[in-house]
Design a protein around this ligand. Structure first.
Ligand code: MN
Length: 481
């Protein structure tokens, strides 16, 4: 995004820090459950409430999830990483510090490829991923005079995924979030549900004249939807340009986005890392992994979205658009794979992306609740391929399948929709049409070739759309010549 100012063009520089809740049944350093939406303070162990003498014990599942995510982002896995205490006071942080990773994170440099809506690809660097604990939650709206604390979330494992400042527009930031969500869902390391807060994003925004050195950045905290990421960045970048153009300077600070007003405002001036007095947590050994352990996890990874997209395009001949749309969601891809098996892959793709997605969108239904199962759609396509029904009739059948959940073959049978390939039956219809339109037959014979389409249309209409179009064409040509 380029912002036109009075003094010239400004470029927007963006980096993101994403907090993704690790998919795990228990917390990072305790055995307490992590279920969403439970009664307050029912999922709190003595470790999470920081009772004296309690010791943290690392949860291996969380480690594995971080490694999986790192591998899926083509990142270096650090075989030795260290947990540090990040010290600060917060009423919902009973320890008085967060256990996080500072100098030695579990995952180092990686990269992610964004599929931009205009069909181009854009590579963005990943700086690091570290594991850390989430804090609890202060409830301010339960009483007019008191604030309550819910520690269910205290100690839940988060992956903080930090990008390089490689993005240049709010849309790239939006695509970054979408692609990251796709990837963590593929490897099942996070549910990626922004509405439930299990993926939240902080955006670092600065502006500069093209070619200048980096400007001072502001961090916008806790953006909880793709739409708000775009809105917040747009507002913030324009705010900074306005200040700089009127001769002011940008103060490094942490800002909040007010979604109702569509603006960012100061939350606190920015603290630096040294303010937190990081030091290695004496209760935890450094985390040491073997290469063998990492290799085993690598082997267990599923086919990732970029690989899938490439395979769809190169081996199955799908367009870049269809391949992107289908591979962008694991559930879509699983559905498509079933439909494509034993059918023409391109035909399967167009039925899934146009016919199925169209109907699902209209009805507001998610694909995993689709009234037509993948096997059933595959069955419908087989009826087209073996000429039992035409493509046109298939769309009618699909409508009925979508409404009733019945199999295609049963509907075709019940409604007598089988395609007519019997030449004598088709010949009868052609004779009927010619008899009813003798004037047009004469015109055609005297050279008005265009009328051919009219005859095809009539024959199809009289046959209720069931006549095989190829046979109709062939026979009509003979009869009219
Ligand atoms: Mn963090």
């Amino acid at each position: 995004m380029i912002i036109k100012g009075n003094t010239g063009d400004w470029e927007v520089i963006l980096g993101l820090e994403v907090h993704a809740q690790v998919h795990s049944n228990s917390k990072l350093f305790s055995g307490a459950a992590t279920d969403f939406g439970s009664e307050p303070n029912t999922q709190v162990s003595l470790v999470d409430s920081a009772m004296p003498g309690m010791l943290p014990v690392i949860n291996e599942v969380c480690v594995e999830q971080a490694v999986k995510t790192g591998l899926a982002l083509n990142a270096e896995i650090n075989l030795r990483s260290v947990f540090d205490r990040k010290n600060y006071f917060y009423p919902d942080l009973p320890q008085g510090y967060q256990i996080s990773q500072y100098l030695y994170p579990i995952v180092g440099k990686g990269k992610i490829v964004l599929d931009m809506p205009d069909g181009t690809a854009r590579e963005v660097g990943i700086t690091r991923i570290h594991l850390e604990q989430d804090a609890g939650k202060s409830l301010h709206d339960q009483s007019p005079v008191n604030t309550f604390i819910d520690l269910n979330r205290a100690g839940v494992a988060l992956m903080e995924i930090v990008s390089e400042p490689d993005m240049r527009s709010p849309n790239e930031a939006a695509e970054f979030m979408k692609k990251l969500r796709t990837i963590v869902r593929y490897v099942d390391s996070c549910d990626g549900d922004m509405e439930k807060g299990n993926m939240r994003c902080d955006a670092n925004v600065s502006v500069r004249k093209i070619g200048d050195k980096l400007g001072t950045r502001c961090e916008i905290k806790n953006l909880n939807s793709v739409r708000n990421i775009i809105r917040a960045i747009e507002f913030e970048a324009n705010r900074q340009v306005e200040i700089l153009e009127s001769g002011g300077t940008i103060r490094q600070e942490t800002r909040l986005f007010d979604a109702d007003k569509g603006e960012t405002r100061t939350m606190r001036t920015k603290e630096d890392a040294h303010d937190y007095r990081y030091f290695p947590d004496p209760d935890l050994y450094p985390l040491v992994l073997t290469q063998d352990y990492v290799d085993k996890i690598k082997k267990s990874l599923p086919e990732l979205p970029d690989e899938k997209k490439t395979r769809y395009m190169q081996q199955m001949g799908l367009s870049a658009y269809d391949a992107s749309v289908i591979s962008a969601d694991k559930t879509n891809a699983e559905y498509y794979d079933v439909v494509a098996k034993g059918n023409d892959p391109k035909m399967a793709a167009s039925w899934v992306t146009a016919e199925l997605f169209g109907r699902l969108n209209k009805a507001g239904i998610e694909i995993d609740k689709s009234p037509v199962k993948a096997e059933q759609l595959s069955g419908l396509l087989k009826l087209i391929s073996d000429n039992t029904i035409s493509g046109k009739i298939a769309k009618q059948v699909f409508d009925i399948m979508f409404e009733t959940g019945k199999d295609a073959a049963a509907i075709v049978e019940e409604q007598g929709l089988k395609q007519v390939t019997d030449t004598s039956a088709i010949e009868k219809v052609i004779d009927e049409v010619m008899a009813a339109n003798q004037d047009k037959v004469a015109e055609y014979k005297s050279g008005k070739d265009k009328l051919f389409g009219f005859f095809v249309g009539q024959v199809m209409k009289v046959s209720g759309g069931k006549a095989n179009p190829a046979i109709v064409n062939e026979m009509l040509k003979k009869k009219l010549s």
